[in-house]
Design a protein around this ligand. Sequence first.
Ligand code: MRU
Length: 359
Amino acid sequence: MRQNVLDCDTVLLDDENSALVIIDQTKLPGCIEMLSLTGLEETWEAIRLLKVRGAPAIGVAAAIGVYLAVKGAETGSMEEFKKEFQRAKGYLASSRPTALNLFWALDRMEAVVLHNMEQKVYQVKALLRQEALRIRQEDIEVCRSIGEHGLALVKPGSGLLTHCNAGKLAAIKYGTATAPMYLGMERGYGFRIYVDETRPLLQGARLTAFELQEAGMDVTLICDNMAGMVMKKGLVDAVFVGCDRVASNGDTANKIGTSVVAAVAKYYGIPFYVCAPTATIDMSLQSGEEIPIEERGADEITEMWYEKRMAPEGVKAYNPCFDVTDHGLIDGIITEFGVARAPYKESLGRIFDSKTRNQ
Ligand code: MRU
């Protein structure tokens, strides 16, 4: 029988083989292939080439990857061990620039080393393993909470639209933008879900449509340029998207095209919600202007998904991977601690205060 993608782990630690196990997302939906990565370069490449992708999944993969990179370190000196750890950390941090979760997870792992310099190397290795698994487990709980807060904002039978893949495949379970949909499914909400295909890499078509359909939801795939039409027809009651980095003023970087969806939703008076684990919120940035935006190769636009090239040889192509949605277009930022509303500097500040109190 064909395997259901929801039964496969997006990112997993295989202790026995000292491997990071991921679903190769570049092969979906045609083929479910698990990859077992044992080298740091392989992990870097898997993140860079989007074999593992989506902000939370990248963070978990980096945490496990950096642990595995130093698991076999032969030194007995904590100073040497720290240097080796920091080399691996710096290397993984160079794989992609936008998703804060990558840096957040690596910083959490580094804090374990820095706060335990008086311990033996083997003890710190065990603590690193524990921290990587904790980051993974926390993602499940965080996404579920986001799902509860998101679900409270919509009624049964609603039409929901999402862009890119902020689903289980971008996280460990539930996803962020899809968490209200999964919880709604569990509770018989009967949502109608519209999924933007998400040019140029089709994360919506290949991943979101796939996983939500596998979950048994009522899913309709649309091209990116159809969102306005679907909204105008009254088929969409709310938009839920994920994010890669949120600035302290609420400006949000997410997959390219998100800001267009937000602007059109505003025009039609449809609430637009960003689902953001606090691990994705960068309180050090004043606005979205400071968010580093990844640019990828032109071939992703001109030829990657076509049997033959679809653009003239030599044509210039611009391929920013993310755009920034202005906070003024966002009706709420749904975190694991509740929904932040404008003015975001204050509301996100309060959310970080309660996070500190909970730690
Ligand atoms: O380039 P990708 O596929 O990693 O981009 C992913 C997105 O933009 C997601 O919406 C975001 O990472 C949130 S995932 C919960």
